[in-house]
Design a protein around this ligand. Sequence first.
Ligand code: ATP
Length: 232
Amino acid sequence: MLDVKSIRTGYGGVEVLRGIDLSVGQGEIVAVLGANGVGKTTLNKALSGLLALTSGSITFDGKPLGGSPIAAVEAGLIHVPEGRKIFPNMSIQENLELGSYRRGRASRARNMERVYETFPKLRQRMTQMAGTLSGGEQQMLAIGRGMMAEPKLLILDEPSLGLSPLLVEEMFELIKRLNADGLPIMLVEQNVVQSLEIAHRAYIIENGLVTMSGSAADIAADPDLKRAYLGL
Ligand code: ATP
């Protein structure tokens, strides 16, 4: 589905990604894990076409990805950014409508219904200003907006950021549910333990390189990972 081969990129001569290889297959949840500043956001920017590659390639759904944000969205690679970049002064309904800016009225209504079925709380509050939602609800709105674009692959950038433990639990349950409905998901996270619980496979990124990859269960059991991330 998504094939990333040896990509390198950075900012003004400073290389941040130093040759990353990774893939996401049909039906998978793939976790991309790493500490602050290892290049997760940079990887997301490269995948969404916001940052040009110095070398390497990105193939999505069998075709090279065009290198522009519009090409990525049109191909169905939908990115839900970290920090819940919703529009605070617009209603929930309006925020969702913005997620489907290129789709027709009928498909918009159908997608909206699907989002409201997934997030009944958003339906109850569809006219409420998005900025007045709680952190967890804003994160759900951001995911709902991503779903409006009919994703073939959803990239979630730190969906657990800033949520209370209970809400993190809820968020990860939701991600599992979306995936069980057939949506492949790339989960970019710092929350190693819970991400590995729901992912099929995972990549650990350190210093712009993949330093570990494999099944989530194998990685969770790896003594090096436990030492590095869990302090065990
Ligand atoms: P976090 O989890 O803290 O968001 P991250 O893994 O997403 O971290 P990136 O934001 O990709 O990390 O940053 C990787 C490196 O690139 C950092 O050293 C950062 O300072 C640098 N960097 C990020 N954005 C820019 C930019 N626009 N210009 C220059 N350097 C940048």
